[in-house]
Design a protein around this ligand. Structure first.
Ligand code: LM2
Ligand code: CA
Length: 481
């Protein structure tokens, strides 16, 4: 049975507006803010390099993000939609997001802030422009001709569907040898193409990049990716974009030998639990749901594609979105990737740009949503870091929308997504006695908490009211005494 939601009430009774209206993040000493290992990824979608660099210093490092995933840096077709980034025309590091020098400087700045850089690498295809054109940095190209890089023999012509496009995802050959929305499909089985792709990736590695999100991985055999990986000059973190499709021949598990893989079911199922089903069902969320093994999975509430497709929670869901991210960051399945968007009203709308399509500097909360700065989300990165490696214990649920669990000895989260407050209950945390900052409602900085303090007694319990569509989270990295 599907539950009725009262959205208006959720907005009024839910997370107080002040929690969602982002504040400037104070910068505590990096060392103090980053206990344990830092694995959380943030996708700064379509941010320019100068703005990414500033964000690494001001926010990502201090808040404990481990990696920033940046949008494709290579030269691309020149127009205004966001998706021009996914149509390479050369491998020059020159794009609407910045120059090679700006890119290099961003990598250095992020490293100095303790943040590693993952590049979204478009390796399956080149442009989808039937008649070619002139790229962002001035390169002339044809659909199957990229001077000095590729010519007609380097592409697949699958001979299907009259236009060489992919139509049938139940056909492995078609998915990997035909064109994804007319994008010229590289012959990734050819040694020349593999070498050229590796040369591009090695150039990025020479600039200090730490890893790659391999765009469109499903459209390349896992063996082709393995062959490209074998040509890399040093080891790099890899996360492959393989969108799970029920019953399809190409499955995400085929790719785990190469590195991590995105688990697309996670964000869809999480949205379904929050919107229509029960948070109580999340007690075994992860591998028991048929997902990839936790060690190989990268998970997200939404990414730049799913936020435009629907069926997931996005920044538009406000408090519910914050709660879903809090759950993701507290729950030890996979590596969490936080989405950070520009706001848009149409699917194709590009990022805030100037008259020549150059992406302008990020201004959070004006044109850019900056979800990763929302206090709930940013503070829960610290929870993730402080609880790394600790298992789930003390699970509690009321059978419906109220759940709670410990990260053994390190942290505790309770989420109440019921339509009314839950009061008069105590929670068993098993945490050391003391006073903890509720990081859902307050920020812990320089030993003090800007919000409510939760007192855990000597037996490991605390008592508190959890408001409707709200949560409480405490962890050992935000303990006052
Ligand atoms: C991806 N992963 O596998 C990206 O995450 C996704 O955002 C990309 O699609 C896709 N694969 C190709 O890299 C986006 C966007 C499409 C867009 C393509 C290419 O979602 O809408 O296609 O990038 O820019 C656009 C037009 C499409 C047209 C195509 C080629 O929407 O109608 O096809 O360009 O001109 C005729
Ligand atoms: Ca392909």
């Amino acid at each position: 049975m599907h539950r009725r939601r009262c959205r208006a009430a959720a907005l009024v009774l839910g997370l107080a507006a002040s929690l969602l209206v982002p504040t400037t993040v104070a910068a505590p000493p990096a060392a103090a803010a980053t206990p344990g290992s830092k694995k959380v990824i943030v996708q700064l979608f379509e941010w320019n390099w100068t703005s990414v660099a500033n964000e690494c210093t001001s926010t990502l490092g201090p808040k404990g993000y481990g990696y920033v995933q940046v949008s494709p840096p290579q030269e691309h077709v020149n127009s205004s939609p966001w998706w021009v980034s996914y149509q390479p025309v050369s491998y020059r590091i020159e794009s609407r997001k910045g120059t090679r020098a700006q890119f290099q400087s961003m990598v250095n700045t992020c490293h100095n802030a303790g943040v590693k850089v993952i590049v979204d690498a478009v390796v399956n295809h080149m442009s989808g422009q039937e008649n070619g054109g002139t790229g962002w940095a001035g390169t002339s190209y044809g659909h199957y001709n990229y001077p000095g890089v590729y010519s007609s023999q380097d592409f697949h012509y699958c001979g299907r569907n009259g236009n060489n496009d992919i139509a049938n995802y139940n056909d492995r050959y078609e998915v990997q040898n035909c064109e994804l929305v007319n994008l010229a499909d590289l012959k990734t089985e050819s040694d020349y193409v593999r070498t050229r792709l590796a040369t591009y990736l090695n150039d990025l590695l020479s600039l200090g990049v730490d890893g790659f999100r391999l765009d469109g991985s499903k459209h390349m055999p896992a063996a082709d990716i393995a062959a490209i990986k074998a040509k890399l000059s040093r080891s790099a973190y890899l996360v492959q974009e393989v969108i799970y499709g029920a019953g399809e021949p190409v499955q995400p598990t085929e790719y785990t030998g190469n590195g991590d893989v995105h688990e697309f079911r996670y964000g869809k199922d999480l949205a379904r639990m929050f919107n229509n089903e029960r948070l109580a069902y999340l007690r075994n969320f992860g591998e028991s749901w048929g997902y990839l093994s936790s060690a190989k999975a990268v998970v997200f509430t939404d990414n730049h594609d799913t936020q435009r497709e629907g069926g997931v929670l996005t920044y538009r869901d406000r408090g519910e979105y914050a709660l879903a991210n809090a759950f993701m960051l507290a729950w030890p399945y996979g590596t969490p990737a936080v989405m950070s968007s520009f706001t848009y009203s149409g699917r194709d709308q590009g990022p805030p740009s100037d008259g020549s399509n150059k992406v302008t500097n990020t201004t959070c909360y004006s044109g850019w949503e900056c979800e990763h700065r929302w206090p709930v989300i940013a503070n829960m990165v610290g929870f993730r870091n402080a609880t790394e490696g600790a298992g789930v214990t003390n699970w509690y649920d009321n059978g419906y929308q109220h759940i709670a669990f410990s990260r053994a000895g390190k942290g505790y989260l309770t989420v109440n997504d019921e339509d009314s407050a839950i009061s008069g209950r105590s929670y068993y945390t098993g945490l050391p006695a003391g006073r903890y900052c509720d990081v859902i409602h307050g920020t812990f900085s320089n030993g003090s908490c800007s919000g409510p303090v939760i007192t855990v007694d000597s037996a490991g319990w605390f008592a508190a009211t959890v408001n409707a569509h709200d949560a409480i989270a405490i962890h050992v990295g935000a303990k006052l005494s």
